[in-house]
Every structure is written in structure tokens, then in C-alpha cells.
Design a protein around this ligand. Sequence first.
Ligand SMILES: [Zn+2]
Length: 308
Amino acid sequence: MPTALITHADCLTHVTPDGHPERVARLEHVLHALEPLDLLRVSAPMAAEDDILRVHPASYVSDLRNAHPNDGFAQIDADTFMSPGSLDAAFRAAGAVLRGVDMVLSGEVQNAFAAIRPPGHHAETETAMGFCLFGNAALAAKHALDHHGLSRVAVVDFDVHHGNGTQDLLWDEKRTLLITSQQMPLWPGSGRVDEDGAYGNILNIPLPPDSGGDEMRAAYLGQAFPRLRAFKPELIIISAGFDAHRDDPLANLNWSTQDFAWLTAELCAIAQDLCAGRIVSTLEGGYDLNALSTACKAHVTELIKASL
Ligand SMILES: [Zn+2]
């Protein structure tokens, strides 16, 4: 079965002010890097508002609509902006991960990668932050549970920043296991080990600044993978941020491209053992264009290998 690449040109119409790290060129570089790969290319639909309401209240969606500018920028928080294309981009980004879930669970594809922006893992229930508007990974998990009737969905977030939004959205959802690794200390400051969810359904893995692939592999082998196997998910969602790369300007971990490939291959092997290889991965951060596109290509290459 193929690997799906789900994206939409609307995700390039979400523009941020000059010098902002979460910029259009990120997705352009990712898509260029993925061009030679053998992927089933799928146009992302817009998520329906009802889909968004699985994790965000209607008042939050209307606040975003009201804030949405007709020209220029609207500043939503310290580092989150909307341009005239941002709402369409956000609905396409959410729609991409939902389509990924639909395609993987129907057996059309083995796994899927949503190449989208804005990213999602910092968006809390009623708060846009950290370049994120809708909680894409949490939306995907809820869609798999509530629309498709799954019983257990795991989310693995290896972005260098804490997935505070996904944690907030899934805090009291005992049908999910969230495993999130992050540099600590680092913005947004959350992600301590004792933040473990209302039902012990969250595993936070802080990693010290300047640590690298060896520390990451030890943490995943020692903590993440045993928890994942014990949970027996029916689907694995990946929040795939590539800003733990040693060349990333926003953080201080020293992962190599090979580390991202290793982690992806391990997750694919676990998915093969536990849930027929079902994985939906969605793009989060990564701010050095070369490191982002190279590591993302390595990630998607492993998804393809696992689908053969
Ligand atoms: Zn990040």
C-alpha cells in the first residue's frame, strides 16, 4: 500500500511578517524535497467546523474569524499572526490530518504525511499560540476515536518544543496516550515529568539542552516505546517537528538527520507490531530550511519503506 502525501496550496497563503521563523518557504522546501519520492499525492480538504469543535469551542473559532484580517496581519499572541490566507490554511491543515486518518483507517494507504502549515501542537483549547491555530494532532486523534470508533489512539510528538496544546486538548481523554519529548528548559516552559494527564495518559520526556541522538534514543527505548507497546494503540499520530535538529536556530538539541530516520523507523516497526502499521504524521516545527527539508525527507522515506 502507498504512503499518502496530503497538502494544499492554501497552506502557502498563510503569510507571516518578515523575519518570522514560521514562514512560507518552510513548506516550499519540504514539498520540493519530497518531489522525487513515490507518494500518493492527495489534495487536503477543508475541515468542517464540526470537526474543529471536537477540541475547540465555537467561541474560539468565531474569535479567530473575527480577528482574521482582510489585509496585512493580525497579531493573535506574542508570536502568532494571521494574514488573509490564514483561516483557509488552518482549515486545510486540519482537513489534511483528518483525511489522513480516513485514508489510513479505510486501508487506502498504509500511512500518511500531512505537509501543512500553520502547525498545531501549541494551540490550546481556547488559545492560539506558538504559530499554531488549531490542534491538528489532537483533532486527528479525536476524529479516529469519535468518528471511526477506535478505542485507543497514541500521539507521539518529537518536536523540540513541548506539545502543550496537544497536552491541553487530550489532558482528560483516557482513550489517548500522548508521548511528547522536548528540550527543557525551553519555550513554552511546560512539559515536566509530573504533567501526566488526568488518567496518567500523558508521558512527558524532557531532554537537556545540548543533548543529542544518544540521549534521545535512550529516552525513547527506555520510556516511550515500552509505554507505547503497553498501551496497544490502534493508530499512531506523529507530531513531526524537525527543530531538534542540530542546525535549528530556535533550540539547542543536536539530533542528526539519521536520528529522525531512526526514530521514524522504530515507530513504524512498533506500528507494524501493534496496529497494522497505521501512522498519520503531521508537520509541526523546523526552522532551518535545509535541516527541515532534509530531515523531513528522511522521515517520509521511512514511512514509504514501512509501507512496502
Ligand atoms: Zn517546535
